[in-house]
Write a protein that binds this ligand. Structure first.
Ligand SMILES: [Zn+2]
Ligand SMILES: [Zn+2]
Length: 336
């Protein structure tokens, strides 16, 4: 009897020891958890660096070579891991990307038009005579103040589509105001600021803006993002290039009038469109752009279910019968 009890005790102790060992194996210690974090951040740094090199070697072009696609899909994977959101690795990547845009903005442009994609839905459109900014956004410190200031220094005017904070950045607006450069915005944004040119009309409205010694023509369409007023801007540069920036246009009820206007106005050279808009078919079929550039992918202020990945934009663009260019932060494309 004693022998049996002793045997059972030995078995129980052995099982406990084994299961503790098993638990220890499954749950990393504090030290090993630190090691995992260090490894993952090191891996992210290496990936960001490789992606940056790849994008420099394979700049944007119409359609997408597999190498660029691979780089952008890898960015999706990194941008959908929230542990990197505030990391120095991500900030360094952004700084490198903005430096690419800035380096090019510092060279004179002799001909054609260049479109620069910055963060979120922020774009710069540049010809030899004018440099026009749309919805520039620092991403709450993701783009350093000094870098954003350097971008603003290169721009002549800022168009803001609507009041959402990932488009209407007060800090950016202050930089434009300080440099006495014009800002155009809808009537419900920065209402009390007399230095902002407010515009919102029920129908298509045309204006001319003097910039340096040239005239920039702008057409404002009364778009909406749900219930939020969202100005869609169409600009015609002094050289005759026309570009549409849709802001966050996203409205079922705007389909009909958008379709009508799209068929009336000249086909834009470039359509800059938010990648998740409900109105994509109208913009493609009725506005009939010569080139499509998507924006607003991977807005890191959103939860990951609303950080639209580049792969999803690719899937949408691959189904359209129009030339398209897909870019990430700091990249630019030249139209001859
Ligand atoms: Zn919005
Ligand atoms: Zn937005």
């Amino acid at each position: 009897m004693y022998l049996i009890r002793f045997f059972l005790c030995v078995v129980c102790v052995s099982i406990s020891v084994l299961s503790i060992a098993q638990d220890q194996k499954e749950q990393p210690t504090l030290a090993s958890r630190d090691k995992i974090e260090t490894l993952l951040f090191k891996q992210a740094a290496i990936m960001f660096d490789l992606i940056d090199h790849t994008l420099k070697e394979y700049p944007p072009e119409i359609g997408q070579p597999i190498v660029r696609k691979h780089a952008l899909y890898n960015l999706d994977a990194l941008f959908h891991e929230t542990r990197y959101d505030q990391s120095p690795e991500l900030h360094q990547f952004m700084a490198k990307r903005i430096a690419v845009a800035l380096a090019d903005l510092s060279h004179p442009l002799e001909d054609g038009m260049k479109i620069y994609k910055l963060y979120n839905h922020g774009f710069v459109v540049r010809t030899p005579t004018v440099t026009v900014a749309f919805d520039l956004y620092t991403g709450k410190g993701l783009i350093a103040d000094s870098l954003m200031q350097a971008i603003v220094d290169k721009c002549d005017i800022l168009f803001v589509t609507h009041f959402h904070k990932d488009h209407a950045d007060k800090q950016v607006a202050e930089m434009f105001i300080k440099a006495t450069k014009p800002i155009w915005a809808p009537t419900n944004l920065w209402e009390d600021n007399a230095q902002v040119q407010h515009i919102r009309c029920d129908k298509l409205t045309e204006r001319e803006i003097k910039i340096k010694n040239s005239l920039l023509k702008v057409t404002i369409l009364p778009g909406n993002q749900g219930q939020v007023m969202n100005n869609i801007y169409e600009i015609t540069t002094p050289e005759g290039f026309n570009v549409i920036h849709t802001g966050d246009q996203h409205s079922e009820k705007d389909m009909e009038w958008l379709s009508k206007i799209g068929r009336q106005i000249p086909a834009p050279d470039v359509l800059i469109v938010n990648c998740w808009t409900k109105n994509l078919s109208v913009f493609l079929n009725d506005f009939n752009p010569k080139l499509v550039i998507t924006g607003h992918e991977n807005e890191l202020g959103h939860s990951i279910d609303h950080r639209e990945p580049y792969w999803l934009s690719f899937q949408k663009l691959e189904q359209i019968n129009k030339p398209y260019v897909l870019m990430t932060w700091g990249e630019y494309y030249k139209i001859p």
